[in-house]
Structures are given as structure tokens and as C-alpha cells.
Design a protein around this ligand. Sequence first.
Ligand SMILES: Nc1nc2c(ncn2[C@@H]2O[C@H](COP(=O)(O)OP(=O)(O)OP(=O)(O)O)[C@@H](O)[C@H]2O)c(=O)[nH]1
Length: 320
Amino acid sequence: MSEHAGDTGTGGETAAAAPGDAPYRAGFVSFVGRPNVGKSTLTNALVGEKIAITSPKPQTTRRAIRGIVHRPDGQLIIVDTPGIHRPRTLLGERLNALVEATLGDVDVIGFCVPANEKVGPGDRFINERLNDFPRARKVAILTKVDEASRSEIIDQLAQLGALREWDAVVPISSVAGEQLDVLADVLLGLMPESPPLYEAAQTTDEGEDDRIAELIREAALEGAREELPHSLAATVDDRVEREGEDGRPGLLELYASIYVERDSQKGIVIGKGGARLREVGERARREIEALLGRRVYLSLRVKVLKEWQRDPKALGRLGF
Ligand SMILES: Nc1nc2c(ncn2[C@@H]2O[C@H](COP(=O)(O)OP(=O)(O)OP(=O)(O)O)[C@@H](O)[C@H]2O)c(=O)[nH]1
């Protein structure tokens, strides 16, 4: 990702020129920070389409998902990483390796700290780790300012400023839509001059099945008990196009699996008489229909894959 100048199939130097004199810029940014600080929500708010899953439970982001912000003067490609934390399982180790590989390669790292919680040891730990990535410009992002008072925000900005020499410090709220344009401007200004790296219609690089699987996982997580989040995974196993009438597209049949680690968890996901699974299916189907812009029939099966977080073969099967 570092050498992007010239390595693109879209447009030439002329097509890349922005209106006015500002040079066209394009590059990669990754948001880091403690779990639950609002990284995924920020990615979604900037891209304007649901691409990274958001959930009120910590540590639910597992994939490096890219969202792309298209502007007349440039492109921001957002690489959404899982959080930096101490590995406890093989999955944890792989996630950390993914974080290292991602951050070693981005142009800008956006360090997110929420306005409504004091800067603490967890934030300092991550801030220290940022020294390992000298190539990237570093921006401090104060998230969730809608949850804090003016004086709390000022206090937090001072605390953040004391951590290091940032290339910029920007307070934002993804939920209230505050300062998102300012942040996009600042991030773009730190990107290298480059022709566009992606075509205009593209908002994410992830395969459609992966996005569908994420929506199913997100639906299954909603309202799930505390012990479930780390044990859930989803895959799309098969898709069948049903014949439509009068030349219109027919129903898309999707066959998907939700994986849990233990029999007891299977019961939790399915619920009494299958009630919970039906709700999960309904919720996921609505999201998938919104994503694909067409009607979908969704069949969900719950399967037990024992200790999949520690099993290399199982991890591979689930795409990790
Ligand atoms: N009030 C408020 N809440 C927010 C804002 N941004 C995110 N949240 C909430 O904070 C929670 C966590 O947001 P996520 O975007 O999932 O956080 P994350 O940092 O990606 O979390 P991990 O995937 O666990 O690393 C969710 O309940 C969001 O709705 C904001 O600007 N204001």
C-alpha cells in the first residue's frame, strides 16, 4: 500500500486532477483505540454506507474491512482493524498479527479516545505502540463529544495533546454527525499526492458474501448473552437465484451457517422453540435486502464447531 503513485487502473493524471489547484490525494487510514471507542461507527459515518459491523459489545470487529470515502479532491481508504490487545487465544494472536501488518502499511493512523472517559492506561498502552509505526502520520480523534460537556472536552483535548506531537487533533461525534467533514479534510490533507486508487462506485473491497456473513453475525450478536460474542462466526454456504417473473429479478435464496463453540451456546442462539433464531433471521434478512437492494430468502443453520478460536483448520474455514 505504500507505493501507490501510478499503481492504479483508474484514470490517468488528467482524470485525477481535482477542481481548483489542490492536488489530488489518496491513501490509507486506520482507526485504532480501545474496544468500544467508536471506530466502526466512525468508519460507517465517513463512508456513508453500512460496511463495518457496529455493536455495543467490546471487541466485535474481526476483519480488516475497507471503506472508501470518495471526494472531488481525493480518496480516503479506511482499513478497519480489530483492537490492539493482549492475545489470549490463537484468534487473538492472529488478530494482533493482522493489526501489525495493517498499521505498518497505512499513511495515517487515527487514534480514537472517547470524550466521555478519562485517558487511561489502555489508551497510553496503544499510544506507546504507535511508536512502532513511524511511517504513518498520527491524528488524535476525540470521539463521542455528544456525550461530554464542553469543559470535559477541553480537558480531554489537553490530555490527548500531552501524549505526543500529533499531526492533528480533531474532536468529533459520529452519532451527531459533528466535525466529520473536518476530520475527512484533515485526513485527506495528510495523504500523499496520488491518482485515485479505486473506482468511484466502490465503497468497500470486501466480498459480498463476507458482508452478508457480517450482517448475520451482527444480527445474532444483538441481545446475545455476554459469553457469546467471541464464540460466534457466520458463513454464507450457498446462493440460489430463483427465476423472476416478467424479466424482473427473482428472489435470491441464501443458505448460511452460524457457528458456535459449544452445545450450550447453540441453545442460546436458537432460543425456545427456535424463537430467537427466527428473530435473528428476520433482522439479518432486512439488512441483507437493504445491502443488495433486492428480496432475499434466508435460511440459517446453527452449527457447533468445537473450540474454533483455537483450531487453525476451523479458523481457516471461517476465513481468518
Ligand atoms: N453517543 C455516541 N455513541 C457512539 C458514537 N460513536 C459510537 N458510539 C457508540 O459506541 C459503541 C461502540 O461503537 P463501535 O463503533 O462499535 O466501537 P469500536 O471502537 O469499533 O469497537 P470494537 O469493535 O469493540 O473495537 C456503540 O454502541 C456506538 O453506538 C458517538 O459519536 N456518540
